[in-house]
Design a protein around this ligand. Structure first.
Ligand code: ADP
Length: 305
């Protein structure tokens, strides 16, 4: 199994011609609500590609919570460690410009109630999972506890440091694969990141590798990704497509990346990343977050496309 420790939200998305400036009001062209949250999106991407997924999360005792619980059941994602708490279910307010650029405001709500005791309860699931994945929409203490259990059991950990926050040293020490986007890597490094300058990139990433991170995969939007391990970097191009809505591009990329790592031991991350880029390129061509994650292909079929 794959264990996902993460957020679940109900998203409200507005389509606009141009994103509003501060103080400006713009008219929305259409509005839609859907399931979301980085944790849920990533788990759904993995499950739709055929992986078995256990979710650790929290929902409110409200309509949105019921809706998301039903969805986990419908997607056949193990929800025994999704608790109900006395907080509102998480929400996100998304504004999408016609060219696919977006802005997002999130309200953590129930997601902020996941604690170390929940991780202790889910210990057996984490230890049994081949890969444990987390993002930064749930409390740091829970992520550190989960990754420690995973590493002690000899399992693989994947961290998507999004939205960006400082990463504690004790978390980096138990992170195998770090997957930030360009903004997140710059915040993490505290300086500009020029992905084309491999020599400089290796210098910048050195402290992270020294702490025990094995691979750093920086997603670069339409430029694809930069895959680095200690001593080498390679860029893997994105697929040239017309983006209509890039929401969940990063989540789908991570979903497809982890599904492949879980399916089989890998020789080359580059091949895996190319397939993950392809999967993400399907997502950016469709409107919506959760709803834009393809359900019609197996991993094997995606690899052939
Ligand atoms: P995030 O959504 O987390 O900011 P990115 O924008 O870096 O992440 O996108 C993640 C991945 O999605 C990219 O590495 C790429 O594979 C794919 N992707 C994103 N935008 C595009 C695009 N315009 N065209 C093709 N692929 C894209």
């Amino acid at each position: 199994k794959i264990c996902v420790l993460g957020s679940m939200n109900v998203d409200t998305s507005m389509l606009v011609s141009t994103l509003p400036e501060i103080g400006e009001t713009v008219a929305g062209r259409s509005v839609a609500t859907s399931a979301g949250g980085k944790g849920l999106n990533q788990a759904v991407a993995m499950k739709r590609l055929g992986s078995q997924v256990s979710f650790i999360g929290a929902l409110g005792a409200d309509k949105n919570g019921e809706l998301l619980r039903d969805l986990l059941i419908e997607e056949d994602i193990d929800n025994q460690f999704v608790k109900v708490v006395d907080k509102m279910t998480g929400q996100a307010w998304i504004t999408i410009q016609e060219n696919g650029k977006n802005t997002i405001v999130t309200y953590a709500g129930a997601n902020s109630a996941i604690d170390v005791a929940d991780i202790d309860q889910a210990k057996a699931v984490i230890e049994a999972a081949a890969v444990t994945v987390a993002q930064f929409e749930v409390p740091m203490a829970a992520i550190i506890a989960a990754f420690n259990y995973a590493k002690k059991a000899g399992r693989l950990t994947v961290l998507n440091p999004a939205p960006s926050k400082e990463i504690p040293k004790e978390l980096l020490q138990v992170t195998d694969i770090l997957v930030p986007n360009e903004t997140e890597i710059e915040e993490l490094l505290g300086e500009a990141f020029d992905y084309a300058d491999y020599e400089q990139v290796q210098k910048q990433l050195r402290p992270l590798f020294d702490m025990g991170v094995q691979y750093i995969i920086v997603t670069l939007g339409e430029e694809g990704v930069l895959v680095c391990e200690s001593g080498k970097c390679a860029q893997v191009a994105a697929f040239p497509v017309k983006a209509v809505d890039t929401t969940a591009a990063g989540d789908s990329f991570i979903g497809a990346l982890v599904s492949q790592i879980y399916e089989q031991p890998f020789d080359s991350l580059t091949d895996i990343v190319r397939t993950a880029n392809y999967f993400a390129s399907l997502v950016v061509q469709r409107p919506g977050a959760y709803s834009s994650i393809p359900n019609e292909y197996s991993l094997a079929e995606i690899k052939k496309l």
